[in-house]
Ligand binder design. Structure first.
Ligand code: AKG
Length: 365
């Protein structure tokens, strides 16, 4: 196994080379290190909410269940900024197929073949195979000392609008990879639109409010692969952040490692094979004038097993301006400055997320 040059940049290559210690750029500052106890049950210092994000049955969007579903969604958005959904209409087989295709690419495609799909490391959110989420490194003069590399490799796919979709840039292996990603993208888009409708209604807004405010939806699908890590107590698979756009739909394999911050406590989200996790992102926090908060989350690693997740992001176009809904501002004063989404994205990628620092910097009071 080559462990030099470009392959050295890949976390999988480090892991497979059998390093016994995590290299310094991956070592988190002490206050960011995970407490490695899989915490899916309540702890004594928190009795304000249940211990895991709620699981909401969508009853396949049957009109006569809409009131009930809307109410559960409103509560989950207020308490967690995230919730699982079941009876969502996406076949479990498709969820399994995309995870299997991703795993097959990471596990069975040789690294030199994978490198043919490398993303452009000097531009953010570029399509392809990569390992570094931020442009900033530990030695960058703009790095305030808190950006550490993630113990993760990923493949980012640009899937909507269709003008951005070019399956020839996606892995050719396994042979049905491209077809599965395209099918998954289409179904996730439909689900995201329906969920945005319910979330809008749960705030007393018209069903199309969030979708109208976001405009043409940009969808990216990121398959993340977290190789086994020799010192999981020192590292993070993915640093603490909230997502930038409107909503994210996430599935994970059965290894577990996604954590959500709830009442200042990191809670491990249990993998549920047929459920999809809905994560509210920062532009939704702005549009709802802070009535709903974006969910701060991170991924931890473990010493023995690799882990895979598929996150589907639904975002505004870069030129879109996002501000609190006037209907929600009448009740209180605006809590956030208006932002041009593209400016928000550049700032996120150059400063780093550091939890929710980017959205917090838009707060007016
Ligand atoms: O792997 C996970 O569970 C989290 C992925 C995630 O947060 C992301 O891709 O932004």
């Amino acid at each position: 196994m080559e462990v030099g040059g470009e392959a050295m940049m890949r976390v999988q290559a480090l892991s497979e080379a059998g390093v016994s210690q995590v290299p310094p750029p991956y070592i988190q500052l002490p206050h960011n290190r995970p407490q490695l106890k899989f915490n899916t049950s309540s702890t004594s210092n928190n009795n304000q909410s249940s211990s895991i994000p709620p699981v909401i049955d969508l009853f396949n969007f049957k009109p006569n269940c809409r009131d009930l579903v809307r109410e559960s969604i409103g509560r989950a958005c207020r308490e967690w900024g995230a919730f699982h959904v079941t009876s969502h209409g996406i076949p479990t087989s498709l969820l399994d197929h995309i995870k299997a295709a991703g795993l097959s690419f990471f596990k069975h495609c040789p690294i030199p073949d994978k490198l043919k799909y490398s993303c452009n490391p000097s531009s953010f959110a570029s399509e392809g195979y990569g390992s570094r989420m931020l442009l900033l490194g530990k030695d960058d003069p703009h790095n305030e000392g808190n950006v550490v590399l993630d113990w993760r490799d990923y493949f980012d796919h640009h899937t909507f609008p269709l003008s951005r979709r070019n399956p020839s840039r996606w892995p050719h292996f396994p042979p049905d990879y491209r077809e599965i990603v395209a099918m998954y993208a289409d179904q996730m888009m439909t689900l995201a639109q329906k969920l945005m409708g319910l979330i809008s209604e749960s705030l007393g807004l018209r069903s199309s409010y969030i979708e109208d405010a976001v405009g043409e939806l940009y969808q990216n699908i990121t398959i993340s692969y977290y190789p086994p890590c020799p010192q999981p107590e020192l590292t993070l698979g993915l640093q603490s952040h909230s997502d930038m756009g409107a909503i994210t739909l996430l599935i994970q394999d059965d290894v577990g490692g996604l954590q959500l911050l709830n009442h200042n406590r990191w809670v491990t989200v249990p993998p549920l094979s047929n459920a999809i996790l809905v994560i509210l992102a920062d532009q939704t926090e702005i549009m709802t004038n802070g009535k709903y908060r974006s969910a701060q989350h991170r991924a931890i690693t473990n010493a023995t097993q690799s882990r895979l997740s598929v996150a589907t992001f639904h975002d505004p176009a870069k030129a879109t301006k996002i501000s609190p809904a006037s209907e929600l501002v009448e009740e209180s004063s605006p809590q956030y400055r208006e932002v041009v989404y593209g400016d928000y994205v550049s700032s996120w990628y150059t400063k780093g997320p550091d939890g929710k620092r980017n959205i917090d910097s838009l707060l007016l009071n």
